[in-house]
Design a protein around this ligand. Structure first.
Ligand SMILES: [Zn+2]
Length: 211
């Protein structure tokens, strides 16, 4: 699929922000548990004077529709559960997504367990998709990282990571959870969450690029 390079900046894995999605092992949790996915290719419209979140488009390689990036958002209930990729509501096919390196390894190692069910799981998942996209709204989506929202969004993400990394994972692997490990977890995920929120704020709100 060809894009108008004058109009769009094309984002692939070579972009820092996208590369971060692949390399940060923590994000494997977003991908595997929440089913949050990042498309292999996304476009930023350089001609619209709005925050980046409002001028990001995701092309479907099958039917060439340019979807507004906000199609997949928490407001629409479509930000998560996208384990098999981003569903294209126009042609019903799957828009290819990136894979976080850790989730790729986990899926590879555990393939003998889930591989048997892959096709039937995917079929069931696909069946459920059209209904999820019946009432997609892209106009009235609040920017979760706008103004002071980034603080709350960052802290929610931090709390979620704390729950998984400091409590759930150690419990499963038989590690002892101590007051000290909880304390360290709270501090680091508060800082980590705020940093995440702030980076997302900068990224999502960025106005038209000049390059
Ligand atoms: Zn399509």
């Amino acid at each position: 699929m060809k894009f108008d390079k004058e109009k769009y900046k094309v984002y692939t894995w070579k972009n820092g922000m996208i590369l971060h999605w692949i390399l940060n092992p923590g994000l494997a949790i977003n991908e595997l548990i929440l089913g949050q996915r990042v498309p292999k290719i996304s476009l930023e419209d350089k001609t619209i004077d709005k925050p980046r979140i409002e001028r990001t488009f995701v092309p479907c390689p099958h039917c060439e529709t340019l979807h507004d990036g906000r199609t997949w958002s928490t407001t629409n209930g479509t930000a998560f559960k996208n384990w098999f990729g981003l569903y294209c509501k126009n042609c019903g096919k799957i828009i290819p997504c990136l894979s976080n390196i850790l989730s790729f390894l986990i899926l590879l190692i555990t393939f003998p367990v889930w591989g048997w069910f892959r096709d039937s799981l995917k079929e069931k998942w696909l069946e459920k998709q059209p209904k999820r996209y019946e009432n997609i709204d892209i106009e009235n989506i609040p920017n979760p990282f706008d103004k002071k929202n980034w603080i709350l969004s960052g802290l929610i993400w931090g709390a979620f990571m704390f729950l998984i990394i400091s409590i759930i994972l150690p419990s499963f692997s038989g590690q002892i959870i101590t007051l000290k490990s909880l304390f360290v977890g709270v501090i680091s995920w508060t800082i980590g969450g705020l940093a995440f929120g702030y980076i997302m704020k900068l990224f999502n709100n960025k106005k038209t690029v000049t390059s």
